[in-house]
Every structure is written in structure tokens, then in C-alpha cells.
Design a protein around this ligand. Structure first.
Ligand code: SF4
Ligand code: SF4
Length: 455
């Protein structure tokens, strides 16, 4: 029997690639995906093995044609194809009023000055807000996902962040240390990553980065002005396994935890800069003067996708952001201007498909206050949060960009960046391997402590 070596090599590499993908999936606890990769590792090399061993003999030209077609397929995915290079993000023309955010509205207490002021100016929002006010609320006792241990863990993180509140700003050292902007910028970025950030970037602070008016706690009604020249933005990773349980309790536990981690780093960084003799303010959960995703986007950390969140190159939306604004001289980074993420979001719509409250639009971007973007229905989303007691997170957990930062997914990310055709194929593959509407993972046993209500 004559063995066809080229086909044998193809079969071997297809098998190896799929077994590798299956092993990675097992490590990622994506067991369904692992099963599918294992099955594919047996089925896909089969035609080549048949051609190799069962005595099919092709003319040399036919063999060359088949192998060339395979080779071309790989090339199409590797070389830039259909990529739009001239994408420029539109810049907001209007500043955002923090009082309009759901977190600010959630803090309004009926019959207080702030409550009356808000609904006098926004009578159309009163009926909508009354609906979620009737619900148990975030980490509320009668919420559908209520679990005393998990919700108390989340509250513990959020309360720790509150305890850090007074440290966001502070006294600047009288002794100023002078150093080159480039060296300080590099030091800050490397140190921030050493403290636990995934990525860090710097931009010049713009007026549209800053909320026009404060909305939370004692900052309600306070006009914010630009006090600093620069903004340092950084991201921290949210644990994939915790998010996979969305919308269960571990999601809000993880949100609290990562807001706290990001807040801790931001405060350390601001303190460090003040010690060097320059003003710095940390912007952490519940205490922002800036719109973090906009700052992070301009600092080159990602693009804003369909769910209105920052889509980072390595972890997609599976991050939390914090910002430090400062006057220390720094060098800035360029925004990514990465249209491929936007193009993928135009095609994908997976988050919109799974969103239980239908808060995410299936449409293309629209003009909102002078900029083209996607905007979610924040009231619908928040009403669901107040019913669940968690911050849901289904959209983030299913997003194809949320896969871990490893070789398997980075090869796919590279293809997505390079080729419009690959973006279409990658989307279909993601649906086939991970499901279009994946079921939520089970809450880990150690977190699912059995409990009884007080008699
Ligand atoms: S799920 Fe799809 S559409 Fe939604 S943000 Fe992620 S990539 Fe974009
Ligand atoms: S968090 Fe949940 S409700 Fe809100 S947009 Fe995402 S999927 Fe929809």
C-alpha cells in the first residue's frame, strides 16, 4: 500500500490542534467545548486518513489542488482581509450628568431634597424608577438569587470600598520630585501591573471624560471641573468561573471583589503620586468624577462595544476599570482605533440574544448626543438586577471576547483582527463550540452553603 504523506501530515496536525484545544477547554472548565473538540479531533482527520490509507490514489495535480486550497484557507485567515483601517472614534459633544446613572438614582431616598429635585427635573423617569424600587434591590434579601453567604461577601467588598472613600484625595507632599515624563509613565504602568492590573494606559484628561454634575452621596448636585491634566486608566480581570455562573450570586461577589481590587490599586497609585509632590485623585467605585470607560478607551485600553462596556484586547469586557487623574507630567498613549471589535459586535449580537431583560440593542450604532454608539436600556437592565439581587453579568460571561488570555484564544483574536471573513467564521465556531445561549455554570459547591432562615 502506498502511503500519501502530505495527507497524513494534514491529518496529524488537525488532530493535534483539536486535541490541544480540547485540553485547554478542560483546563478552562468548558467541558462541553472540550467534548466537542475531542469529537472533532476524531472526525475531522478521518477524510485525510481515508485518503492516506485506503488506497485512494489521486493524480499529483489533484493532490496539489486540495493541499493548496487548504493552505489558501489558512492564508485568508492570516493576512489582513476586509479590514477597515481608517476608523476614528467620534468624541462626545456633551458631558454626562452622573445624576442620570442608575447607581445615583438608586441612592435617592424618597422625600429628600435630592429625590424631589431629581424627579422634578425628570418627571418621565419617576414611573420607570418606581418599578425597580418595588423590587428587593441589589444584594436584597428577597431577591431571586439571594444567598446570605454570597450576598454578604459582596456587601463586605462594597463596604470595604466605602471605607476607602476618604483616601481618594489627600495632602500633597511639599517636596516635589522631578523626573522625566517618559520614565515616570513607564514606572507607573509597570508598577500598576505589578500591583495586579492587567493593562494600564495614559491619556490627556478631556472635559467629556468628566461628569458634568455629581450624583452620588454628598456629591449630588456638585459641579465637577477639570482639575488635572492627565488620567491614568487601568483594568483588573474578573474571574471567568465566577462570571460563568451568571446571573447567580458569585457574579456580584466578583464585581465587589474586583471593584475593591481596582480601588485599592488606584488609591495606592494616587498616594504614590502625591508623595512625589503632585496632585492625584483616585476614581473608584461609588466615588467617580470621571466616566471610566471613556477614559480607558482614550488611554488605548480598548473599544466600547455593543453592551456599552470597554472591550479590551485580551479579556474583552471581563474587566473592571479604575482611574487616577493627576498633574504629574506624563506621556500619553494613543487610542486603539480598532474597528475590528466594532465590526465583530455588528455581526455577533450574542449579548443581545442572551440578555434576559432585552436591554441590549440588536440594531447598529445610533447617534446619541452627537456620537455614534450603542446604548443599552439601563433602566431595563437595572430593574432585572434589583429582581435578581446580583448585577446579572450574562452579557459579559457569554461574550466571545471574554475567553481567557491564552494561546488558543489569542490565535482566534489574531484572526479576528486580521480578517473580516475570519470574524464571520469565528462567530459561527464560537456558537458551535460554546453554544449561542450557553447555560449558566453551577455555583461551586463550597460557595453554595446550605442555610436556614431565622425562625
Ligand atoms: S457578545 Fe458579541 S456583540 Fe456583544 S459585546 Fe461581545 S462581541 Fe460584541
Ligand atoms: S447585565 Fe444582564 S440585564 Fe444587564 S445588559 Fe447584561 S445581560 Fe442584560
Amino acid at each position: 500500500m502506498e502511503i500519501n504523506t502530505p495527507f497524513l501530515i494534514v491529518a496529524f496536525f488537525v488532530f493535534l490542534a483539536l486535541v490541544y484545544s480540547a485540553i485547554v477547554s478542560v483546563k478552562e472548565t468548558e467541558l462541553k467545548a472540550a467534548r466537542r473538540f475531542f469529537i472533532a479531533s476524531i472526525l475531522l482527520p478521518l477524510p485525510f486518513l481515508i485518503l492516506t490509507f485506503l488506497g485512494f490514489s489521486f493524480k499529483f495535480e489533484t493532490e496539489v489542488a486540495i493541499l493548496s486550497a487548504l493552505f489558501l484557507l489558512i492564508i485568508v485567515f492570516i493576512i489582513p482581509f476586509g479590514r477597515i483601517r481608517s476608523y476614528r472614534q467620534t468624541l462626545p459633544v456633551k458631558r454626562i450628568d452622573e445624576r442620570d446613572t442608575m447607581f445615583s438614582r438608586n441612592e435617592l431616598i424618597p422625600d429628600t431634597k435630592e429625590f424631589n429635585d431629581y424627579y422634578k427635573r425628570n418627571p418621565d423617569k419617576k414611573a420607570i424608577d418606581d418599578k425597580w424600587r418595588e423590587k428587593p434591590g441589589l444584594t436584597g434579601r428577597n431577591a431571586t438569587q439571594y444567598h446570605p453567604f454570597q450576598f454578604a461577601s459582596a456587601d463586605a467588598s462594597f463596604d470595604t470600598i466605602k471605607a476607602l472613600k476618604n483616601e481618594v484625595d489627600g495632602k500633597v507632599s511639599d517636596i516635589k520630585i522631578e523626573a522625566g515624563a517618559e520614565e515616570i509613565s513607564t514606572y507607573i504602568k509597570k508598577w500598576t501591573k505589578k500591583l495586579g492590573a492587567v493593562d494600564c494606559g495614559i491619556t490627556e484628561l478631556q472635559n467629556y471624560h468628566i461628569y458634568s454634575v455629581g450624583g452620588r452621596a454628598e456629591r449630588y448636585g456638585k459641579k465637577f471641573i477639570k482639575r488635572h491634566k492627565y488620567a491614568i486608566a487601568f483594568t483588573v480581570e474578573m474571574d471567568k468561573d465566577m462570571l460563568a455562573t451568571a446571573p447567580a450570586g458569585p457574579v456580584v461577589m466578583e464585581s465587589g471583589q474586583q471593584y475593591m481590587e481596582a480601588g485599592k490599586i488606584a488609591i495606592q497609585l494616587a498616594m504614590f503620586i502625591r508623595t512625589l509632590g503632585y496632585e492625584a485623585r483616585a476614581h473608584i467605585d461609588g466615588n467617580y468624577e470621571v466616566v471610566c470607560p471613556l477614559v480607558a478607551r482614550d488611554a488605548g485600553l480598548g473599544e466600547i462595544g455593543r453592551m456599552g462596556l470597554l472591550m479590551t484586547p485580551k479579556l474583552g469586557p471581563r474587566v473592571r476599570i479604575a482611574v487616577v487623574t493627576t498633574n504629574i507630567p506624563l506621556t500619553t498613549d494613543n487610542p486603539l482605533h480598532d474597528y475590528t471589535v466594532i465590526d465583530f459586535c455588528i455581526k455577533c449580537k450574542k449579548c443581545a440574544d442572551v440578555c434576559p431583560s432585552k436591554a441590549i440593542s440588536f440594531d447598529n450604532m445610533k447617534d446619541v448626543d452627537g456620537i455614534k454608539r450603542w446604548q443599552i436600556n439601563q433602566e431595563a437592565c437595572f430593574t432585572l438586577w434589583c429582581t435578581l439581587g446580583t448585577d446579572c453579568g450574562r452579557c459579559v460571561s457569554v461574550c466571545p471576547f471574554s475567553h481567557p488570555d491564552n494561546l488558543l484564544h489569542n490565535i482566534v483574536r489574531k484572526g479576528i483582527k486580521n480578517s473580516s471573513l475570519f470574524r464571520t467564521v469565528a462567530l459561527k465556531l464560537d456558537d458551535a463550540i460554546y453554544d449561542r445561549k450557553p447555560a449558566a455554570a453551577k455555583v461551586p459547591e463550597w460557595m453554595d452553603v446550605k442555610w436556614e432562615k431565622n425562625k
